[in-house]
Structures are given as C-alpha cells and as structure tokens.
Design a protein around this ligand. Structure first.
Ligand code: TXA
Ligand code: MG
Length: 339
C-alpha cells in the first residue's frame, strides 16, 4: 500500500508573503481545515477559532488531550475584543506596549469562543503575533485562529518548517504547512493571566519578565513547583517540550564532566549543550553562550537536530538562575522531567 502523507508544504516569503499563497491558506482555514504557519515565536498549527469542529482537528492532529487550552491568535484589536467579555485597562496597556509580539493575555472568555478552544475554562488566551505571515494569514482568514505549537503532544516546539513536517508527518488530518524559514524568538510566548487582581505569569516565554515589569510594576510568577499542584493552566504539564533523548541538567561543570566521562566509559551516545563549561573539543559540545535571547532562539533547533542524530542523552549545563533566563530554564527543566 502506498503511504501518502496528508501534510503538504508551501514556501512563502517571510517578510512579504505572496498574497495568492496567503489567500489559498486562508480559504482552507475558513473551510475548517488546518494550516501550520510561522509566528515570531514558534510555528503554530492553526484552525478557525470559532468553529468547534475545526478546533477538534488540532487536538486529533497533535494527539493532544482535550484539557489543554489553545491560544486564539488575532490580527487586530477588534478581533481581540470579540473574544473576551472584559477588556481591562491593564490589557489595553499591555497590548499597546507589546502587541504584536510574544505575549498571550488570559482574559474572561466570550460565549462565542467554543469551549474546545479553552479546554472548558472560563478564560481565553489571546495573542496578536508579529510575524508578517501570521498577521497576513489571520487578516485574510477574517477570523481568530486557534493555534498551539505545531508539534506532536509533549514534543519540542518547531522553529522551522522541517520540524513541523517531521513531527506531523503521520497526522490523521490534512495540514498545509507554510514554510517561512526560521522563527526569530525560538521560545513560545509569555502567558499572562489578567483575571486576578495581580497579573500572573503562567508560562515565562519570549517576552521577558523584566519588560512586563517595566509596564506593570510587579507581576506574580508561578512558583518553580507549580506544575505539580492544582494547575491554573492544564497545559503546563511537568514534562513538555521534551526531545526523544533523555535530558540531564547540571548546575556545575565538574558534575557534568564526571557524568560525561562515566557515560563515555559505557559507550553511551551523549551530546553536550554548554554555556560556559570548557570541555575538550573532541566532545563535540554545542555552545549556546550566555545571552538568553540568542540561547532561546537556538535551543529548540539544537534539540531537534540532536534527536535527528539519534543521541541517547543530552547533558545540559544550566544557565544562571536569574530572571532573564526564566523561560530557558523553564523549558530545560520540563525537557528533563521524565514522563
Ligand atoms: O508562542 C506561542 O504561544 C505559540 C505560538 C504558536 O503562538 N503557541 C503555543 O501554544 O505555544 P501551546 O498550545 O503550545 O501552548 C499554549 C499554552 C497552554 O499549554 C497553556 O499553558 C496556556 O498557553 N494557555 C492557553 N490558553 C489558556 C487559558 N485559557 N488559560 C490558561 N492557560 C492557557
Ligand atoms: Mg506547545
């Protein structure tokens, strides 16, 4: 039997997307089909956010449990207002400062938003992405687009179309992938809950906490172990963003080196992701440096590549435990948590 993948890919110009390609993809979205597209953070797997049947296809394609809410992506402020019952002054300030960009605001859900999008919750995550392809696509579709990261459930988010194609190749649902090259931020958006008195970061991400504080004054962070207790956001499962290889985290170069030498004695295929440790060149170590923005941009592409190479373990030198590294450390911690 011939196996034909239901996933098709089209190259599109990232800066000035071709209108005919955008229109083709937008027509699929309006018809309730799935389109994967680049955003400035990671690739999203999009469907018409106001059609429950279309949204259900996202969950089937990803193998994602229904209790994990999706972000609704908008092209303009009018679309954002449609999705919520209250647009607060704080939301307005944040949107003015950071939209379009890597910030998702959780606000009270409007009844028109299907519960399938919010996983039955009364809050809805809304984001206006900055990538020209995402913006043009949502505007052309004329409706908000629900989109999780375009990877199978629990996997590493895609920062290139090739990652989407590899991850989703056996999707039971047809998907058109728009290939707009590498994404710029490389980590998912920051998710901020605005429904309580004090804004709370549910997921650190592409917009730094420092920048949020510059507009809001203080923001609350969910504690390091929040994922183990009652989850305000069910999508924040402990193990997430994980490659096939086992990820082990090290606070010190000495401990990492000892573990590495031990693994080599056992002939294990180990890759190293470092930021400062100096190990000999023949380890083939990957250096991601000490700039959290650069590190975040590169991390997922490195994890995808190491999986492609079939390494068994990835030893990671943890970057500093400081605020600028919150998102990177969060993803590394989740990638290293066993299922
Ligand atoms: O950068 C991003 O956010 C990417 C691009 C495609 O926009 N999207 C993304 O979606 O990362 P996803 O589904 O992989 O992660 C969204 C997370 C959920 O797992 C959940 O933690 C949180 O955002 N979230 C979404 N809607 C929520 C809601 N109504 N209440 C609480 N948390 C929500
Ligand atoms: Mg995801």
């Amino acid at each position: 039997m011939e196996l034909v993948s239901l996933v098709q890919c089209l190259r599109i110009a990232a800066d000035q997307p071709e209108p005919e390609l955008i229109e083709r993809a937008a027509a699929l979205l309006r018809a309730g089909e799935l389109v994967a597209f680049p955003t400035e953070t990671v690739y999203g797997l999009g469907a018409h956010a106001l059609q429950a049947d279309a949204v259900a296809k996202i969950f089937r394609a990803k193998g994602r449990p229904a209790n994990n809410p999706l972000i609704a992506h908008v092209a303009d402020m009018a679309m954002a207002h449609q999705l919520v019952t209250t647009w607060s002054p704080v939301a307005e300030r944040l949107a003015t400062a950071f939209w379009p960009g890597p910030l998702t605001l959780v606000l009270p859900r409007h009844p028109d938003v299907p519960l399938a999008v919010t996983a039955g919750l009364d809050g809805v995550g809304v984001r206006m992405p900055a990538h020209p392809v995402a913006r043009a696509l949502i505007a052309a579709a004329g409706c908000p687009i629900a989109a999780p990261s375009a990877n199978p459930y629990m996997g590493v988010s895609p920062t290139q179309a090739a990652h989407v194609l590899r991850g989703m190749q056996s999707s039971p649902e047809p998907i058109l992938v728009l290939d707009g090259g590498n994404t710029d931020v490389g980590l998912e958006s920051t998710v901020l809950d605005l429904r309580s008195e004090q804004p709370t970061v549910l997921r650190p991400g592409g917009l730094s906490v420092e920048r949020l504080r510059s507009v809001l004054g203080d923001v609350r962070l969910l504690g390091e172990d929040a994922g183990r207790h009652a989850l305000p956001s069910p999508g924040l499962a402990q193990r997430h963003y994980a490659p096939r290889a086992r990820v082990r985290l090290f606070e010190s170069c000495g401990a990492l080196q000892t573990a590495y030498e031990h693994a080599r004695l056992l002939d294990e295929r180990v890759a190293l992701l470092l930021c400062t440790c100096e190990l000999s060149a023949d380890t083939g170590a990957v250096f991601l440096g000490l700039d959290p923005v650069e590190y975040g941009r590169e991390l997922y592409a490195r994890l995808h590549a190491l999986d492609e190479q079939g390494v068994e373990q990835i030893f990671v030198e943890l970057p500093p435990d400081t605020t600028p590294w919150l998102a990177v450390r969060d993803r590394l911690r989740r990638a290293s948590t066993s299922a």
